[in-house]
Write a protein that binds this ligand. Structure first.
Ligand code: 2HA
Ligand code: ZN
Length: 270
């Protein structure tokens, strides 16, 4: 059996929260990540029959029955993942229609998966339906996106258009735009269901006055998605109080669509 800490997916799952912390997106225990793994990846590093503990999930997700996830722990700090991955991360397999999580590795201090596990797992179900290559759900608290939810209209079309206008690359990186949930109590199945519904039409879901969710095919790509939206929000927060003299026009957005072979969300461009 190979050393699990050398698995490429583990190395990425240590580097990514470290990098997110360094970006200031994950103060204290803020943020959480889940990475879907294949049994074949996992079986090189541990015996899948060796269950350490079984943890109830508190929800049903039959579509995820038998699936493996590497997940950040509840109450754990992203900045500490690199120093003690076996405490701050856990590898679980969902069973019994997704109502139980079998712990195969990690959470060594007796801990468990993030409080946002429902939002993560329900979002995986939603994204896998529209994109079978989806592997990652990532949540964090980037300051400018959060700030924007205090001063900008939360209408999804308006919010998306503003972000697209802030950097030329935005419409290319997130042509589906950004969906937005109003403030809701976090850590609940309700916000999980609402997030998953929003994930059906976009890979980015803003939680107003809280943070953002991103989904993607790997950790690097999902990080880059949030990074791009956060950069756009940063520019917005730098200019929102100033007269807007120039912008990226809808005609220019259409040129970007053609040049990069993407299509902005239906009805979002004039
Ligand atoms: O895990 O970010 O939304 C801490 C959070 C909760
Ligand atoms: Zn949060």
């Amino acid at each position: 059996m190979k050393d699990i800490l050398t698995a490429p997916w583990m190395v990425e799952m240590i580097r990514t929260p470290t990098n997110m912390y360094d970006h200031g997106w994950d103060e204290r225990n803020g943020g959480n990540i889940s990475l879907l793994l294949d049994e074949a990846d996992v079986a090189e590093y541990l015996d899948p029959a060796q269950v350490l503990r079984t943890i109830p999930t508190g929800f049903e997700a039959p579509a995820l029955e038998g699936k493996y996830f590497l997940v950040t722990g509840t109450g754990k700090y992203f900045k500490n993942v690199q120093y003690a991955p076996e405490v701050n991360l856990g590898l679980v397999r969902l069973t019994e229609r997704g109502t139980q999580a079998e712990l195969l590795w990690g959470y060594e201090d007796g801990g468990k998966f993030t409080s946002e596990f429902p939002a993560h797992m329900m979002s995986h179900v939603a994204r896998l339906r529209v994109d079978p290559a989806n592997r990652v759900v990532m949540h964090c608290h980037p300051a400018n996106l959060l700030a924007m939810t205090y001063v900008h209209d939360l209408d999804e079309r308006a919010f998306t258009r503003t972000l697209w206008q802030m950097c030329t690359e935005c419409i290319v990186v997130f042509p589906d735009g950004v969906n937005v949930l109003p403030w809701m109590l976090c850590g609940t199945n309700e916000i999980g269901e609402a997030t998953a519904e929003k994930m059906e039409t976009a890979r980015l879901v803003v939680w107003a006055q809280h943070g953002i969710y991103g989904a993607g095919k790997d950790l690097d790509e999902t990080f880059g998605l949030i990074e791009t939206a956060e950069k756009a929000a940063e520019i917005y927060m730098k200019i929102a109080h100033l007269p807007r003299v120039n912008t990226i026009t809808d005609a220019q957005m259409h040129l970007l669509e053609q040049r990069f072979g993407v299509r902005g969300r239906d009805g979002y461009l004039d």
